[in-house]
Design a protein around this ligand. Structure first.
Ligand SMILES: C[S@@+](CC[C@H](N)C(=O)[O-])C[C@H]1O[C@@H](n2cnc3c(N)ncnc32)[C@H](O)[C@@H]1O
Length: 321
């Protein structure tokens, strides 16, 4: 089986393939590429080596699709919450190794056009280009999602449902069911995805369903109201937790993604610990939050380490009663 060098991406065969001695899965064409990839000059593999991340050519591959150019396909069944790839974000054209960016679509485009087509906007880190993520195509009914972890400067691509072998892996280029974004941003979606990626939604597309749009707006309003709910009396705290539980249910019903859901669990934790009576509930919320963090971030992320500390010593949180 041929492989692709995890750093410089060239195709390698037979005894040219050098594997990481830690995971025995990640492939390189040379020791130089392996050394670079271990550090933050490459994909910082030292953080991910023991973390069960999928690899190109073993778990997924890049190949031609009938109508969308290249795409990423599962080479085996990938269960929900599998971490399909971690991909370092490049912040500028200058920082991105030229050969990578030059190979991207539009084929005859300028570097700027390639950058614009393939980079993704992240609220926490501006535009970033992931060189492997750049091959993932858009679907409104996506089976995977990409999360940017700012302190690691890395995208993580996660299966949000079971993906079958040979199925194409796809993401929403611009979320429509993420209740944490405002109505204006959600409504701007068609005017962004069409000119930027030439992706058109059919009239029966799920993202144009008015009923779903109304439910998302309701969830958005509920989400925005939670931080300012009064928490002076026990009844007020119980009511706030009820709102949190309603939002958790709505988020699951709307498949809003793991990130907003994780934040809602964290809200529940912060509310529960403010009162002696509701304090025992804090554990359920923070454990769920940590579970989500393990999927969408990593044990190395700041968010995960902080939350673990609050699980072990809840009294160290400023809201503790
Ligand atoms: C980030 S690239 C994805 C990888 C690209 N297909 C390639 O060959 O490298 C974005 C481009 O892929 C194509 N694309 C992505 N999703 C598509 C879809 N659902 N339908 C048609 N074309 C799509 C569009 O040309 C878009 O500008």
């Amino acid at each position: 089986m041929s492989r692709h060098c995890a750093y410089c991406l060239i195709e390698i065969q037979g005894d040219q393939i050098k594997k990481c001695a830690g995971c025995m899965r990640r492939a390189y064409c040379s020791r130089e590429c392996q050394v670079t990839d271990w550090t933050s000059k490459g994909q910082t593999h030292k953080l991910w080596c023991k973390e069960q991340i999928c690899e190109e050519d073993i778990d997924w591959e890049i190949r031609q699709t009938p109508h969308k150019g290249l795409g990423v396909f599962a080479k085996r069944d990938l269960p929900k919450h599998t971490r399909i790839m971690v991909d370092r974000g490049y912040r500028t054209i200058q920082e991105t190794p030229f050969a990578f960016i030059d190979s991207l679509v539009p084929t005859n485009g300028t570097l700027q056009e390639k950058w614009d087509t393939n980079s993704f906007y992240t609220p926490e880190g501006g535009d970033n280009l992931g060189i492997r993520l750049a091959r993932v195509n858009h679907e409104c009914r996506n089976n995977a999602t990409n999360k940017f972890v700012p302190d690691l400067n890395t995208f993580i691509l996660i299966a949000i449902r079971d993906i079958k072998q040979d199925e194409e892996i796809n993401i929403q280029y611009y979320f429509y069911n993420d209740f944490s974004t405002s109505k204006e941003i959600r409504d701007a979606r068609p005017s962004i995805i069409k000119p930027k990626w030439e992706v058109d939604c059919k009239p029966d597309c799920i993202c144009l369903d008015q009923n779903i749009r109304d439910r998302i707006q309701k969830a958005h309003e509920l989400d925005a109201s939670i931080p300012s709910l009064p928490l002076r009396t026990e009844d007020q705290i119980k009511n706030a937790l009820k709102q949190v539980d309603t939002l958790i249910e709505m988020s699951q019903e709307l498949s809003s993604g793991i990130m907003p859901l994780a934040r809602t669990y964290y809200d529940g934790f912060q509310i529960a610990i403010t009162n002696k009576k509701t304090f025992p509930l804090h554990k359920k919320y923070i454990e769920k939050y940590l579970e989500a963090c393990q999927v969408v971030e990593s044990k190395h992320s700041l968010a995960y380490r902080e939350a673990l500390q609050y699980l072990q010593t809840p009294s160290s949180h400023r809201n503790h009663y």
